[in-house]
Design a protein around this ligand. Structure first.
Ligand SMILES: N[C@@H](CCC[C@H](N)C(=O)O)C(=O)O
Length: 315
């Protein structure tokens, strides 16, 4: 018989997504849980765990770096176990979790490693549960609007943007023909980006709309990204392709971005898929694996050699 796991109340999880960017949420109201790199990898494993692009511990607001007055702290890790500063889709999922369990609430201040984000409910389902939310993402920072990159012998010009986390955006003719599985990791780990970078490709669709795909640092290609959509809108605006209201169409759905001065707003859905308890035996094994693990993934290094074809559709 399996011995009971102490503190098993902390085994509760919620599986959620925002435009197909999916997360394992771990409510930790007492701040008792250590969301380690190895535990994150085990949770996010799509075969041996619950599966997710990242794991998020919903910790007490007092843990929020620099702002203990936040309502909740979003302790975020990518699927490979690395810590990220911010997650734009995750922040909506966290806010929905809180609001859906607090009647009368329609606004939450979610702490992140990139500051506290105000999230407001935009619409609800007929049963009162939250459907769409708007996030004040703060001020984007354009680091370079023509960052030259050579990958596999091909020259690119990226718009590099910080949304608290790093992004390199390439404008292309058609996002669907870009070999992102090769280009993404090469740019993610390029020596120009000491902490690694998220990589986005965008193409103008007209009428304030852009199409985008993303290669997430620490994850791989995902269906969507909130900080990524923000960086895409900023880059498109920077290159004169759109105005200040931008509809970003991603493989997992659409996010609406508004570029105000100085802040940027993202509006989109948040969905809860399931909730339950992790199996104590699985949890025990995941923790045992953690003890054997070397912990955090290695920091980014040199760009790997690539046989990237020269025809990428990048403009
Ligand atoms: N999915 C996110 C971004 C998550 C962090 C990113 N992979 C990084 O390492 O910076 C989003 O919705 O913004």
């Amino acid at each position: 018989m399996t011995a009971p796991v102490p503190g098993s109340a902390a085994l509760a999880f919620v599986k959620a997504h925002g435009t197909g960017n999916d997360f394992v949420l771990l409510p930790d109201p007492q701040g008792e849980l250590a969301l380690t790199a190895a535990l994150t990898r085990a949770l996010c494993d799509r075969h041996l765990g619950l599966g997710g692009d990242g794991a998020i511990r919903l910790a007490p607001g007092e843990e929020s770096p620099g702002d203990p007055s936040a309502d909740v702290f979003m302790d975020y890790r990518n699927a490979d176990g690395s810590v990220a500063e911010m997650c734009g889709n995750g922040v909506r999922c966290v806010a929905k979790y809180v609001v859906d369990r607090a009647p009368g609430l329609d606004r939450v201040r979610v702490g992140s490693r990139a500051g506290t984000k105000e999230v407001a409910v935009v619409s609800r389902h007929p049963d009162g549960r939250v459907d769409r939310l708007r996030v004040d993402m703060g001020a984007p920072e354009v680091l370079a609007d023509d960052h030259p990159l050579t990958v596999g012998g091909t020259r690119f010009s990226a718009v590099t943007v910080s949304m608290g986390n790093p992004h390199a955006v390439l404008v292309v003719e058609d996002v669907d023909i870009v070999p992102l599985a090769r280009l993404g990791p090469a740019i993610e780990t390029h020596t120009d980006f000491g902490q690694g970078t998220n990589v986005e490709v965008i193409a103008p669709l007209g009428g304030g709309r852009i199409a985008g795909r993303i290669w997430e640092r620490g994850v791989g290609e995902t269906l969507a990204s909130g900080t990524g959509a923000s960086a895409m809108a900023v880059a498109a605006h920077q290159r004169g392709l759109v105005g200040r209201e931008v509809t970003v169409t991603l493989p997992g759905g659409t996010l609406d971005v508004r570029l105000d001065d100085p802040t940027l707003w993202v509006t989109g859905p948040a969905v809860e898929v399931a909730s339950g308890q992790l199996d104590p035996a699985w949890w025990g094994q995941a923790r045992a694996g953690e003890a054997e693990s070397t912990g955090d993934p290695a920091p980014s290094g040199d760009a790997p050699p690539t046989d990237e074809p020269t025809t990428t559709g990048v403009m």
